[in-house]
Ligand binder design. Structure first.
Ligand code: FES
Ligand code: FES
Length: 164
């Protein structure tokens, strides 16, 4: 059965729908059918992490999932991080700490960091390095990214009034 299947899901808080062949990858569905090109495609086989998004709240590689498997799911992509025209604290911190060079890994880094801070709001440097180890960056040497995630964690805790 290779006819396109209807897929209805929630992406960045909005109801979206489309049709995809059963073997179409979720990352391709996002980019080609929903026009959400912020999610990048690198290796296409689960190694580089560039395609990382949140599916039902958990960091997921969109190149390892079929679009049809996301039917009914709730997704967060990099396009959904900013709210009301304001960058997410992670995006602000990546900019301030030079966590971005070419930007290819950045969407996956941001969503992976988002998931890390959801689970561990006060990570040590080692926690950040371990948490981000699933995403490859060929440009930055990682130092700026690690500093950015630590700074964002502090900012988010401050906004919530949560102690370190
Ligand atoms: S494109 Fe999905 S992990 Fe590399
Ligand atoms: S900024 Fe270029 S791959 Fe990470």
């Amino acid at each position: 059965m290779s006819e396109p299947q209807r897929i209805a899901l929630t992406v960045n808080g909005a109801a979206r729908a489309g049709h995809a062949e059963p073997r179409k990858l979720l990352v391709d569905f996002l980019r080609e059918d929903l026009g959400l090109t912020g999610t990048h495609v690198g290796c296409e086989h689960g190694i580089c992490g560039a395609c990382t998004i949140l599916v039902n709240g958990e960091a997921t590689r969109a190149c390892l999932m079929l679009a049809v498997q996301a039917d009914g799911a709730e997704l967060l992509t990099v396009e959904g991080l900013a709210t009301d025209g304001r960058l997410h604290p992670l995006q602000e911190a990546f900019r301030e700490h030079h966590g971005v060079q070419c930007g290819f890994c950045t969407p996956g880094m941001l969503l992976t960091a988002y998931d890390l801070l959801r689970v561990n709001p006060s990570p040590t440097e080692q926690d950040v390095r371990a948490g981000l180890s699933a995403v490859l960056c060929r440009c930055t040497g990682y130092q700026g990214i690690v500093e950015a995630v630590a700074a964002a964690a502090e900012r988010i805790r401050g906004a919530r009034g949560t102690p370190a």
